[in-house]
Design a protein around this ligand. Sequence first.
Ligand code: NI
Length: 173
Amino acid sequence: MIRPVLKMGDARLTRRAREVEAFNTPELAALVADMEETMRALDGAGLAAPQIGVGLRVVVFGFDSNPRYPEAGSVPYTVLVNPTLTPLSGEIEEGWEGCLSLPGLRGAVPRWRHLRYEGFDPRGNRIDRTVEGFHARVVQHETDHLDGVLYPMRMKDLTRFGFTDALFPDPPG
Ligand code: NI
């Protein structure tokens, strides 16, 4: 079922989400199915459970190609429960992000370039990956939602925050 996505300003987006304690349950499978359907319907690169009003540490992300991020390459479709992130170098990279909770807006956000992430899939199998670039960016963005953090809170230069159609006008001709 496609669920409504909460918008920035909703207090439910600013809370810390709870760890999932029971894996391989119908409730968790139904939540993940709704998140995947909602993300795909809106062409999102990812979605976190708090964005549909569920305060659990569950994120989904991934795409083969995404019209909202044509430069991004592909990121494997992943359901990640109770994630922990470990930056693998001090290297920080700024890149453009959007969010389904801030429709129509983009901002340049500094993120760790190299990252290890760990967690579980919905059945309770361990996930442990080392990634970089846009994949690392998406994981940081989605995991931030679990701690009540939206991308503008990470920005250093608010002159690089605005409406997508004003930031990136179509080239003339
Ligand atoms: Ni988001």
